[in-house]
Ligand binder design. Structure first.
Ligand SMILES: *Cc1c(COP(=O)(O)O)cnc(C)c1O
Length: 553
């Protein structure tokens, strides 16, 4: 039994390295270089798979357990593969994975420093570095790592409620509370209201323009409505980079509007403005990028997009709080989310604590568990974030993101040369995501002129896109397609209310380069030529997973 543990003098550390190797060999059985997914030969639903599982009376050998585990490696979408382009799915850096895993060997609990040692300094250090990034005073601001981007929103709402009624911790919520987000806001902006007893329906989603930016006059109207009804506004969540369009709302204008409301309604609390910047924080690394010298050789379009995103996200310093997901654009393993507030007393207040002054924090009194949502709290996230920030610095993140932009501009212009494909997010988004459609015929109308089609024609137009997606899925499963892209159903709502699904390419890997992008378009073209031969009778047979259904309504 002792063999399963690190011995007191840590002399058997080779065991874990060997275990890693053993897992790697077993997982490797399903490995396929040309395919973004691990091979998958499993048939049947979970109930049939689970027939093989039962709690054993006698334990098994490591070898046997790892064998079982490796069986479940089938079907993994490998985020380290340049062809994995479904969503914000970054490959983590190896040093961050190594560091985050290694710290579990001794004492992985970041509840208090007297237990995990000075490793908890990584949390304070990351907070300081993020403060430098946004231009905040690290002595008065505060931050805590928590279990995900969703939790950063949960914290924002909790702190918003505290502002309205500091007694809410003891006596519960007595006020009628509303929160605001936009129609492009992440679903979790409402969901956290459900978790905290506010109710999801009490999060109002304000309309946006074509670029996904919140309509400020509608926000003002709704704020007026809520406040004159004596409702309390706990939280306005501004988008700091939405998942697909990468929309960043006008943060400063939202803060100004909030301030105007405080005066107008003589509020005795200040409604919280939080920025959901879990993805978009990464543009801040470009604040010292010399766009004139342009050492990364960003294309003109890429540079202009990044520059605009930087200008927008720099307004984050006017908000009350924001979130950072290192497991997204920070290239860290899961989970590594940081909730940041410019006034650290709000964090301490959750545990009814007085804040400890920056100069008085010392080994022995840094005990986050006294006020954090988690009691036992993993060190992994903060150690991973610390590792990457120091490892990559401004320049490293500039390179990672800059390269994704350059590659995706290559992709967009190569796609634009093809008459059967149409890129549809050139003008309405500054993200590095590519949205596009495929047309059945060269002379089919532009995606932006679909209103001329009748319902039947529209149906066929949309169905063709989805069918081609299914064809790509099948080719991927068979091993003829090295990329996994996504189908975003109902992305575009036409003026008659009908939704058309589109294809989405979301590159995240540093191995996805301009050459790969051009290759991808060549291969898409070849696959389309093959699809043309069979498209009328095409029925999908082989799939890596049950595909998204075709939506037409
Ligand atoms: C991913 C995401 C979230 C949720 O974060 P998790 O880490 O998945 O909990 C919230 N907002 C935006 C914009 C996101 O992209």
């Amino acid at each position: 039994m002792k063999d399963y543990f690190l011995d007191p003098d840590s002399m058997n550390i080779d065991l874990i390295l060997n275990l890693m190797r053993e897992l790697h060999e077993k997982f490797g059985r399903y490995f396929d270089l040309e395919n973004p997914r691990m091979r998958n030969e499993i048939d049947g639903n979970y109930a049939s798979i689970l027939e093989r599982e039962a709690l054993p009376e006698e334990g098994s050998t490591v070898n046997a357990v790892f064998e079982d585990l490796a069986f479940y490696a089938q079907g993994i979408l490998k985020w380290n593969h340049h062809g994995a382009m479904i969503n914000v799915n970054p490959p983590p850096t190896l040093p961050s994975v190594a560091a985050a895993s290694y710290v579990s060997l001794y004492n992985g609990n970041g509840a208090q420093d007297i237990s995990c040692g000075y490793l908890l300094t990584t949390e304070l250090a990351v907070v300081k570095m993020i403060c430098q990034l946004v231009g905040a005073d690290h002595k008065t601001a505060g931050g805590i790592f928590t279990f995900g981007g969703k939790s950063t929103i949960l914290h924002a709402l909790k702190h918003g409620i505290q502002r309205i009624n500091p007694k809410a911790i003891d006596y519960g919520i007595k006020d009628e509370i509303v929160t605001f987000s936009s129609k492009q806001g992440h679903p979790c902006h409402s969901e956290v209201g459900g978790w905290l007893g506010i109710g999801e329906k009490n999060c109002l989603h304000i309309s946006t323009d074509k670029k996904g930016i919140i309509d400020l006059s509608e926000l003002e109207q709704e704020l007026d409505g809520a406040l004159s009804d004596n409702k309390k506004v706990a939280l306005i969540t501004a988008n700091g980079g939405t998942t697909i369009q990468m929309t960043i709302d006008p943060i400063r204008a939202i803060v100004n509007l909030r301030d105007k409301m405080v005066l107008k309604y003589h509020l005795d609390y200040i409604p919280r403005v939080h920025v959901d910047s879990v993805i978009g924080w990464v543009y801040l690394f470009f604040k010292n990028y010399d766009f004139k010298k342009n050492y990364l050789e960003l294309s003109e379009t890429a540079a202009a997009k990044i520059q605009r995103q930087l200008w927008r996200i720099e307004e984050i310093k006017y908000a009350d709080s924001f979130g950072v997901d290192f497991h997204k654009t920070g290239f860290c393993p899961y989970s590594s989310s940081l909730y940041m507030t410019f006034d650290k007393s709000e964090i301490y207040a959750q545990g009814k604590q007085q804040p400890i002054a920056y100069e008085e924090l010392e080994y022995g009194n840094y005990s986050p568990f006294q006020y954090t949502l988690e009691l036992s709290r993993p060190l992994n996230g903060m150690v991973a974030a610390y590792t990457n920030l120091k490892l990559l610095g401004y320049r490293g993140y500039q390179k990672l993101i800059g390269q994704l932009y350059n590659a995706s501009e290559c992709l967009k212009s190569a796609l634009a040369k093809e008459t059967r494909f149409q890129v549809i997010n050139t003008d309405n988004s500054d993200s590095f995501v590519t949205l596009f459609i495929v047309k059945e015929h060269v002379d089919a109308p532009s995606f932006f002129k679909l209103d001329s089609l009748n319902k039947g024609e529209l149906h066929n137009f949309g169905l063709y896109i989805q069918k081609f997606y299914l064809y790509l899925l099948e080719q991927q499963k068979i091993g003829n397609c090295w990329f996994a892209l996504d189908y975003s159903s109902g992305y575009q709502v036409l003026s008659n209310g009908i939704k058309i699904g589109v294809l989405k390419i979301y590159p995240m890997s540093p191995y996805f380069t301009c050459e790969k992008a051009i290759q991808m378009v060549e291969d898409l073209k070849a696959l389309l030529a093959e699809f043309d031969k069979i498209s009328h009778s095409f029925k999908i047979k082989e799939v890596p997973h049950k595909p998204r259904p075709f939506v037409f309504r």
